[in-house]
Design a protein around this ligand. Structure first.
Ligand code: F6R
Length: 245
């Protein structure tokens, strides 16, 4: 059963989510966190940075695993998820560099990289809380709508719709990488708790599908209804655009 939390607006969604993460860290200082990139979590990250600066949270024993990374891409490329995470979160908090994990978009051997990533998550004891956003097509991580989905971390060919959606961050659509390395749906499902943020009119159909009482690999986010502890965090404006709103 999905737990649904509807907040007044995006700021409140992010404040709640940041509080949940900080409460979990204070209960378990060596928490293992799964993290997304994208526009949606930015408010959560700025809340975490501000709370860290005011001494409310200590990340020194926290371990992180990012969901995905473009492939191929260099870490220092401003479009890389590596760059994004350091720019928006990691450089501003006291998480240890050796505890940060992001699939290596410059790995020569992508098969080894994805297998090793899965192994590192297991060795860390698994993910305690996986934070997620969703694509407008319902993708989670880079698990794109399809008849069947991969369970484990894998290399994926990006769909045209995701290339178009992500081209807003690039000078030209031709610069968007064609592949990515992503956790699989099984990797995500092994997380003990999932928090998925759904914000914005364009995402209302995904929320609708998630609340429809059915699941489909054609809208990967709907599968989370099968996870034992998933919270969907949204706001009133997004909710109002759904059939239930
Ligand atoms: C990012 C990721 C993606 C995004 C999704 C939504 O690491 O895995 O699934 O969460 O594309 O992106 P935004 O938040 O930019 O709408």
């Amino acid at each position: 059963m999905l737990k649904l939390k509807v907040f007044k607006d995006y700021d409140e969604m992010c404040a709640y989510t940041a509080e949940e993460l900080m409460a979990a860290i204070s209960k378990k200082p060596d928490l293992v966190l799964g993290l997304p990139t994208g526009s949606t979590p930015l408010g959560v990250y700025s809340n975490l940075v501000n709370s860290y600066k005011s001494g409310k949270v200590d990340f020194s024993r926290v371990t992180t695993f990012n969901l995905d990374e473009y492939y191929p891409i260099d870490k220092n490329d401003p479009q890389s998820y590596y760059y994004f995470m350091f720019n928006n979160l990691f450089s501003h908090i006291n998480v240890k560099k050796e505890n940060i994990h992001i699939p290596d978009g410059s790995a020569k051997d992508s098969d080894f990289e994805v297998e090793n990533y899965e192994k590192m998550i297991e060795e860390a004891g698994g993910i305690d809380i996986q934070l997620l956003g969703s694509g407008i097509n319902g993708h989670i991580g880079f698990n794109e709508p399809a008849e069947s989905l991969n369970l484990k971390t894998h290399k994926v060919t990006l769909t045209q719709s995701t290339i178009e959606a992500n081209s807003r961050f690039f000078n030209d659509i031709s610069e968007v990488p064609k592949f990515a390395l992503t956790m699989g749906v099984g990797t995500i499902f092994k997380a003990r708790r999932v928090i998925i943020l759904i914000n914005g009119e364009k995402k209302a159909p995904v929320l609708d599908a998630m609340l429809s009482g059915t699941v489909s690999t054609n809208v990967p986010a709907t599968l989370l209804a099968l996870h034992p502890d998933t919270t969907v965090v949204t706001d009133e404006a997004t909710m109002a655009k759904t059939k239930k709103g």
